[in-house]
Design a protein around this ligand. Structure first.
Ligand code: PMP
Ligand code: GLN
Length: 379
């Protein structure tokens, strides 16, 4: 059969976790928490399923969860949204991204993405008949040159995908970025997909600048988040999309044929958690900042050059003082010889860079972070 995605292979996350398991290495590659989902949430899930909430949910989501998501948006971003018309619960952010892209992109459309880019954007655009236009961001700042972005907009440009806090660079967009984006959207008939799955993980006192804070941006945006990141339950595959009613309506036409509805007992459990334990969300940044700081401190004696992490649960390390190997080979050797699995950065670029940078995930127990750092300090 002729492949619809001839250039797509097995994802780097699957590959590196496979290698980590095969070599018994400490797995700081694929981004998922080593610690468990909060007990309260697991209990709520068990109770909801025992209570019999096991059949299809309404396709956009159960009203209680839609309302809690709207309340979260109001509490964190000071904007009122219409829960019923604007919030759609999905099977993780991955489904939300896929559906938003299918809703927007037509044959021949262009979608601007920033490299290093999360791996699901491009295949989703291509399956919709579109083409991604890649704007490379460079280490160590990964700053966006908005004049360059503007020069890439053509009459075929349909959308821009942004991701802040950013996986894998761990940088966050600043107000000046959002102002530039706003100016761009004001000049062209283009839409925005804002991947905000790490919205509750920002460091050093910085607040997350959600697109939802600014109606001039949100009126043309699909804003996507993931409960997996917020509640340490990546395996539940629960996420959501917030968009204006007209965009949500198009989104839902597709969502109903991709997934129809998302895992019912988890929707009830998450609604309960958001309502009864708002402190979990509010404490998440501090929780992860402590993890970041443990890892950074433990790596201080190493020969790695540590790049700043402003958000997410990732940290980038430059190994140019240690090795001349390319990053993919370096990561392979790292897992085989040092027993630490990491992700090479070049795989997130359309045109792989020569940078000698790897990504570590610090959503791990402190002992794991220290043990990994000890191994890395020996290089
Ligand atoms: N976007 C980014 C930037 C991510 O890092 C992830 C999770 N790895 C996703 C989307 C997908 O989230 P989910 O697991 O909820 O599908
Ligand atoms: N988002 C996770 C990461 O960046 C991985 C998700 C996946 O395995 N698809 O590591």
């Amino acid at each position: 059969m002729e492949s619809k995605l001839p250039d797509v292979g097995t994802s780097i996350f699957t590959k590196m976790t496979g290698l980590a398991n095969a070599h018994g290495a400490l797995n700081l590659s694929q981004g998922f928490p080593e610690f468990d989902t909060p007990t309260k949430l697991k209990q709520a899930l068990a109770e909801q399923t025992l209570a019999g909430y096991n059949q299809y949910a309404p396709s956009p989501g159960i009203p209680a969860l839609q309302q809690e998501i709207a309340a979260l948006v109001a509490r964190r971003y000071h904007q009122d949204i219409d829960a019923a018309a604007q919030v759609t619960v999905t099977a993780g952010a991955t489904e939300a991204l896929f559906v938003a892209i299918q809703a927007l992109v037509r044959e021949g459309d262009e979608v601007i993405v920033f490299d290093p880019a999360y791996d699901s954007y491009r295949p989703a655009v291509e399956l919709a008949g579109g083409k991604t236009v890649h704007i490379p961001l460079n280490a160590p700042d990964y700053a966006i040159d908005w004049t360059l972005v503007s020069s890439k907009v053509t009459d075929k440009t349909r959308a821009i995908i942004i991701n802040s806090p950013h996986n894998p660079s761990a940088k966050t967009l600043k107000q000046v970025d959002l102002d530039s984006l706003k100016a761009l959207l004001g000049q062209h008939d283009i839409y925005l997909i804002s991947d905000e799955v790490y919205e509750h993980i920002t460091f050093d006192g910085a607040s997350h600048l959600s697109v939802l804070r600014d109606p001039a941006l949100s009126e043309r945006a699909f804003v996507i988040s993931s409960f997996g990141k917020t509640f340490h339950c990546t395996g539940w595959k629960m996420g959501y999309c917030v968009a204006p009613p007209a965009l949500s309506s198009e989104f839902r036409k597709i969502h109903q044929f991709v997934n129809f509805s998302s895992f019912t007992p988890a929707q009830f459990a998450l609604a309960e958690m958001l309502r009864d334990a708002p402190e979990h969300v509010d404490e998440l940044s501090d929780f992860y900042q402590q993890k970041r700081d443990v890892l950074v401190q433990a790596l201080a004696p190493s020969r790695f050059n540590i790049l700043p992490s402003e958000g997410t649960y990732f940290l980038l390390l430059d190994y140019s003082d240690i090795s001349t190997l390319d990053d993919v080979t370096f990561c392979q050797q790292l897992v085989e010889k040092s027993g630490v699995a990491a992700i090479p950065l070049s795989v997130f670029y359309e045109n792989p860079t020569q940078d000698k940078i790897i990504r570590l995930c610090f959503a791990k127990e402190t002992d794991t972070l220290i043990a990994a750092a000890e191994k890395l300090c020996q290089l």
